[in-house]
Design a protein around this ligand. Structure first.
Ligand code: ATP
Length: 359
């Protein structure tokens, strides 16, 4: 990890707060830093960017030391090839959109993502002559993202770039963000305290709490952890798969996942082999002892009960299911657990009522 992606093992004391971070981030894709307010997420990004200096430790990227207290190395922020996207975008209000983009292009040490591609991918052509103060919040963040990428970064640091937007605007801008991050092939570290956003965007997750890294791993492995404060039914299961070569019919896609073949509604039809992420809420998985017939549910998968955890306050139970080695959590009532006599090792069918597809 330390030779390729970003590796950090650093301590920082600021006011009464102490951050102790030892973790790695892969050299590809989006990693998320997730944690409650005040956990130290922004400080972690600021350490990586060089806006804060650790008391001691090392920060290495692609095998190059950015900070090493033992060696006395401390690369200044402006020399680190980092693109930082802030919550408020921080555009120049006195320039129009084109002026903001030109500024970044001129200051780039190495050419960033080609401007025309970015303008296309972020739908900016109609905005180029607009003044920054005439833009909506979502438009500002699209311009800010383009500006960050034009500056030629090797690592993107995104500090809750969507937090100022309402849910509808977020939903609108997320696909842009996904598209340009994938297009640029620049690894990104994304700070958020929204579990759905994290599961949608990232493959690697770092959980930060009280200035300490509590866990790090794949989105699949940590999805349950992101929902510790949510009701059991709201928790999302993550399944990564590929669009299958089999046709599933009009408006539907067949997706091969490690848990089995899943059919989902998909407006766009990506070519076979395209990676997709499926998000399935625990309350959208029902359980049957025999394979039901004559049902509208398309996804009925054989499974084995791995564990049953009852939540006495809510009357609900989480049933952990093993589907060919992949774990999915279903949330059903405790009375159903009793009626079906569900227990560890029992063979059942998982009835997946609804699947959200993220491409
Ligand atoms: N410059 C500073 N001086 C003193 N304390 C600071 C400073 N910056 C941050 N802190 C403290 O460090 C802690 C972590 O702050 P940080 O901004 O990293 O949290 P966060 O996880 O990003 O939270 P949020 O999700 O609310 O943005 C907080 O208690 C904060 O008050």
């Amino acid at each position: 990890m330390s030779g390729e992606g970003l590796y950090i093992d650093a301590r920082l004391d600021l006011g009464g707060f102490s951050l102790k971070a030892e973790t790695g981030f892969p050299a590809r894709g989006v990693s998320a830093v997730f944690g409650p307010s005040g956990a130290g997420k922004s400080l972690l990004l600021r350490l990586i960017a060089g806006f804060e200096t650790p008391r001691e430790g090392v920060i290495r990227f692609g095998g190059t030391s950015w900070f090493d207290s033992a060696e006395g190395t401390n690369l200044p922020a402006w020399k680190r090839p980092v693109g930082f996207l802030f919550q408020d975008g921080r555009l120049f209000d006195h320039l129009d959109v084109a002026g903001n983009l030109d500024f970044a292009r001129r200051r780039a040490r190495v050419p960033g993502v080609p401007g025309e591609e970015l303008i296309d991918a972020l739908d900016l052509s109609a905005l180029l002559t607009r003044r920054v103060r005439e833009l909506s919040g979502g438009e500002r963040q699209r311009v800010a993202l383009a500006r960050t990428l034009l500056s030629g970064p090797e690592l993107l640091l995104l500090d809750e770039p969507l937090s100022a937007l309402d849910r509808a605007r977020k939903r609108e801008i997320l696909p842009y963000l996904e598209r340009v991050v994938a297009m640029s092939r620049i690894p990104a570290i994304y700070v958020s305290h929204d579990p759905a956003e994290v599961l949608r965007l990232s493959h690697h997750i770092v959980l930060l709490e009280g200035g300490v890294i509590r866990a790090a791993g794949s989105a699949h492995a940590l999805s349950g952890e992101l929902y510790r404060d949510a009701s059991p039914g709201e928790r999302l299961n993550v399944l990564d798969g590929y669009v299958s070569a089999d046709s599933a019919g009009e408006g539907l896609a067949a997706i091969d996942t490690p848990a089995g073949h899943i059919v989902a509604v998909l407006a766009a039809s990506p070519p076979p082999g395209s990676p997709v992420r499926l998000l399935i809420a625990a309350q959208d998985i029902a359980i049957a002892l025999v394979r039901p017939a004559g049902t509208s549910i398309r996804n009925i998968l054989p499974a084995r009960v791995q564990a049953v955890t009852e939540n006495t306050d809510s009357g609900l139970a989480t049933v952990t299911l093993d589907l060919s080695g992949t774990v999915l959590n279903a949330c059903i009532s405790q009375s159903s657990v009793s009626a079906l006599r569900l227990g560890t090792g029992k063979s059942v069918f998982a009835l997946v009522k609804s699947v959200r597809v993220e491409i």
